[in-house]
Design a protein around this ligand. Structure first.
Ligand code: G3I
Length: 381
């Protein structure tokens, strides 16, 4: 019995059918278009098809992370609307962005992105209600005190409640796992939860459910993809956490695998595929929630890098999309001109990173085609 029956995915300002019906509608529409249009024109139409159309034909949702500065570029805003069926704010819904002053919530930037989603009939993905980073300055000293948990649960209710009925799915808790902190549960030492008791995570999901009963609620984290001891530890911790949350009756619908890839990392299709299938066995949807590809270990030559990035991402996505529970793929950005991997604090060399499907001129790169092929070759959901 599915513990949490899946609600429908909703685009902002309108009810849309659940993913499977939506994908079926898109596939039928595409087929009908084919019947009415001559082949050369159809080829041109297909070439303009965004990744969302290819994904929807297999019952998958494709989307992208965006930030407000992205919308200042009309061509980029148009590309987002063409390629993505769902968008997620990279920063604007985070606590540090929405409540700089205690009790004075400011959702204006997040509302700008929500408006863009509504105007373009895109669904909205909330990110992130609770995250140990991006904490407003006023809150930091309080989290370790007696009211810390209440303050965090209020934050969860506030932000999810503000967007009630307008967000299809939420990252309720983001990146709570860090076995290096030495907790027996493998959870991060994050005040006031320094002992790593997963109880607060279950409470956060209940608060989220109360704040928006129809949104799909995800736990989201990174570091599960590769074949190395640290990733193995994180996968084991994640499975134990999901088991714990399910036993507590936490209203969790989905598991987000961020999938920040790095060319040169050791990848085992069996290890990653087995992990996804174990998570799926908990009757959870799985999202690839922050896909991008770090090419910093590659030569500077663009053709070499783009080819290697595409091949690497294609292999990982092929394994992920072979698991029917994987319902969505979101790239963490759409174009190389807006990627966290080029921010000063992150970049690892003096070569501009090329981690995303479109280049700085919005031209489709080999990675775009690798993602498109992965959708084309995925089993229908
Ligand atoms: O907007 C200000 C700008 O006005 C200022 O001049 C500039 C220099 O300080 O900072 C800009 O804000 C930055 C913001 O990104 C805008 O893009 C923040 O400093 C910077 O901390 C923030 O970084 C974001 C980071 O999360 C922390 O919130 C990245 O863009 C975002 O891509 C990254 O995303 C995270 C996910 O939430 C969780 N998974 C990992 C992923 C990558 O770190």
């Amino acid at each position: 019995m599915d513990q949490n029956p899946q609600p429908t995915i909703r685009a902002t300002n309108c009810e849309t059918p659940a993913l499977d019906r939506r994908a079926m509608l898109s596939a039928v529409a595409a087929a009908c278009a084919g019947a009415l249009v001559p082949s050369h024109a159809l080829a041109a139409t297909r070439n303009m098809e965004g990744l969302k159309t290819k994904a929807a034909a297999r019952g998958i949702v494709y989307g992208a992370e965006i930030t407000v500065p992205v919308l200042a570029n009309p061509s980029l805003a148009k590309a987002i609307a063409r390629e993505a069926a769902i968008i997620t704010p990279g920063v604007e819904m985070k606590w540090g962005a929405t409540e700089k002053l205690r009790g004075k919530a400011d959702y204006s930037d997040a509302e700008t992105l929500a408006r863009f989603a509504g105007e373009n009939r895109l669904a909205l993905r909330g990110h992130a209600a609770l995250w140990y980073r991006n904490i407003p300055v006023w809150a930091r000293p309080l989290l370790d005190g007696p009211r810390g948990k209440d303050i965090l649960l209020k934050r969860t209710s506030d932000v999810i409640g503000h967007f009630r009925g307008r967000v299809a799915e939420w990252d309720v808790v983001n990146e709570a796992i860090d076995p290096r902190d030495g907790n027996p549960t493998g959870l991060r030492k994050w005040p006031p939860f320094a002992k790593g008791d997963p109880g607060y995570i279950a409470e956060a999901f209940h608060a989220a459910k109360d704040a928006d009963p129809k949104a799909l609620l995800y736990y989201n984290d990174y570091g599960f993809v590769y074949d190395n001891p640290r990733a193995a530890d994180r996968r084991k911790t994640a499975i134990a956490l999901i088991e714990n949350l399910m036993n507590r009756g936490a209203p969790i619908n989905g598991f987000g695998v961020q999938t920040h890839l790095k060319v040169g990392s050791v990848f085992s299709p069996k290890i990653f595929g087995d992990f996804l299938r174990i998570i799926a066995d908990y009757k959870l949807r799985i999202g690839i929630t922050e896909l991008d590809v770090n090419d910093s270990l590659l030569p500077a030559d663009i053709a070499i890098r783009d080819k290697a990035v595409a091949e690497h991402a294609g292999r990982v996505l092929g394994v992920a999309l072979a698991v029917p529970a994987v319902k969505s793929v979101i790239t963490w950005g759409l174009t190389d001109s807006f990627t966290w991997l080029n921010s000063k604090s992150v970049r690892q060399n003096n070569v501009d990173a090329r981690p995303l499907p479109l280049d700085r001129h919005l031209a489709r790169k080999p990675l775009w085609y690798a993602i498109a092929d992965a959708f084309d070759n995925a089993p229908h959901r």
